[in-house]
Design a protein around this ligand. Sequence first.
Ligand code: C2O
Ligand code: CU
Ligand code: CU
Length: 479
Amino acid sequence: KVYNNYFYDEPAFNTHDGGYIPLEEPNTPAMPLNIPAALVPDKETQTDMYYTVTAQPGETQLLPGTKTKTWGYNASLLGKTIIFKNGKTIHLHLENKLPELTTFHWHGLNIPGPIEDGGCHAPVYPDSSRDVTFKINQPAATCWLHAHPCPSTASQVWHGLATAVVIQDDIESQLPFPRNYGVDDIPIILQDRRFHADNQWDYREDYDPDGVQGPTPMINGTVNPYFDVTTQRLRLRILDGSNRREWRLHFSDNLEFTQIASDDGILPEPVKFTRLMTTCAERHEIIVDFSNYQAGDEVVLYSDETPIVHFRIHEFATDNTKLPEHLVDIPDPKVDADLPVKHVVMSGMDEEVMMDDKKFDMQRIDYKMPLGKCQLWDITNTNDMDGGMIHPYHMHGTAFRIISRNGHAPYPNERGLKDVVSVNPGEHVILKVWYDVAGIFMYHCHIIEHEDGGMMAQLQVIDPQNPDAKYELMDHHTL
Ligand code: C2O
Ligand code: CU
Ligand code: CU
C-alpha cells in the first residue's frame, strides 16, 4: 500500500491569520548540498566517549557576495553531525563562544533533566563552559541538538544553533538500510530564511510571535542545493529544523519513498508514501530508490511547488535489497491503573499562547509523575483563534507512543516512538507517556516562538528511591 495523503488538517496548514510566507525558488547558482562532517571525539575508550561541542559565531557563504553572519556548533552554521552509540557513556565539554548565554538541549535523548537535558535551567555563559555526562540508553534514531535558553531559543536556533544527532545501535546495524554517512545516508535539515541587505539575516525585522519564516529554503545550511547520487538507494534523515514552517514534501514524477523511522527510532514496519508533511522538530527517515533513473537524470524534492533539493543521478550499482515487512518491536508498556489521564491544553495564537491557561514560569513545576510508570496524556489544541494553527507538541527526556487522534488511529507513520506530535486545531491526541530517567523536563509547542512566548510547562519525574531530590531552577532574573 502506498499512501498519497499528507495526513494533516489542510485548512490549518501554515495559513493562519494571513501570516504565511510561501517558499520561493532561489535564483542563485546551484550549490553542493552541505553534508556536515561527523564530530570527532576528543578521546574514546571501550565504554566512554569524550567530545567538545562549541557554540560559536561565524560567517557562511550562503549567497553570492557578502557572507552571512551565522552561528553554529563547531562550525560557522548548524554544526557537525554528532554520532552516539547506544550503551556508551558520553562526556561533553560544552563551550560558549557567543556573545550571549546559551544552553545545549539534546532533543530526543532519554537523559536526566534539567542539567544534562540542557533546557533553560542549564545555562552556559559567554566565554565559559559546562561539563555534562550521560549514558545513551535508547534505540537508534535521528535526534538533534539545539539551543534552549528561555526566552531566546527561537532567535538562537534562527541564527543557526541546530545540528543532527544520530544514535546507532546493534539492531539498526543489522537491518538492510543504507548507512554510509555522507554517501547514501545523509541529513536533510529543513529551514527557511529571509535575506536582507548585504545577505544578512534580521531576526527582529522578521519577528512574528506565531513563528518566524522566510521565503528562501535553506537545506543543511545550503541555498539551492544539489546532491550527487552515486547509489541506487539513498537514506534521508529529514529534520524539520525551522522555527515554525511545516513542509509538504514530494518528489518529481511522484516518486515513491519508504519511511523507516520516526522521531525516536525505527518504525515497526516500513511505510510507503508519495507525500510527507512534517511539522517543526519532527524527524522522518526515508529511503528513496532511484532504480528507474539513470546517469544524467535529476530528481527534485519539493515542498509544495518549490524545488528544495536537486538530486543529480550518476552511475550506480544495481541494488536489489528488499526491506523486511517487520522492522523492529516497539516498547508498549501497560498504562498504570492508578494514574489518571493527564490533560494538556494548548491555546491561543500570537502573544496569547498558553499551556493549560498559563504562561511558562521557569520556577513553577506544573506536574509530577512517577519514574517508570506509564500514563495516558491527552493533548488538546483548542483552535480558539482565527482558525487556529497546528501546534507540534514536544516532551523532553522521553519518547512516547501516539494512541489516537480524536478517537481515530494515528497516521501510518506514527506507530513508532515519537517525541513530537502535530496536534491539529480542534483535535485531541492521546499519548502513552513514560520516563526512564528522573528530573525536571519541559513540554511545549515546538513552534519556537510559541515556546518562547509561554506555550510551555514543566514536569518533575520523581524517582521513588530519591523522592526529595532538589533541583535548582533558574528564573528570568538569574539569567
Ligand atoms: Cu527541541 Cu524544548 O525542544
Ligand atoms: Cu526537546
Ligand atoms: Cu504552537
